[in-house]
Design a protein around this ligand. Sequence first.
Ligand SMILES: [Cu+2]
Length: 133
Amino acid sequence: MLRKGSILLESLALLLVLVALASISLPFLDRFFMKNEPNEIVIRLSIEESGGFNPSVIRVKKGQTVKLVLISMDVSHGFAIEPLGIDAGIVKPGKKVVLEFTPKQEGVYTFKCTVQCSPLHHYMRGMLIVEGD
Ligand SMILES: [Cu+2]
């Protein structure tokens, strides 16, 4: 009787360890298996309190078409680079929005969230650096 109980407890402990390991390793696996195409940049969006845009600085080449894959990790967000006339609209939780554009001018541009997503929403910004050849 006692033996059965301890086997059950050990199995439960093992299961907990496996669940913990899976939750720790999944973000790494996601990064590993999510193959980026050339010129494809994945940006994960979280409220500013959890880090905001990740990455928050992106570098692209002038005249080279770039594909931005926007993924919201929590609530609805927006994405706009106003000086370039780019607005991805709403990026819903768990949904991907893909945005393609070809920067024509070198410079440093601010991109920002356009949806009131949290108290620190107005700080949710990033930087797009367009480099020359
Ligand atoms: Cu926001």
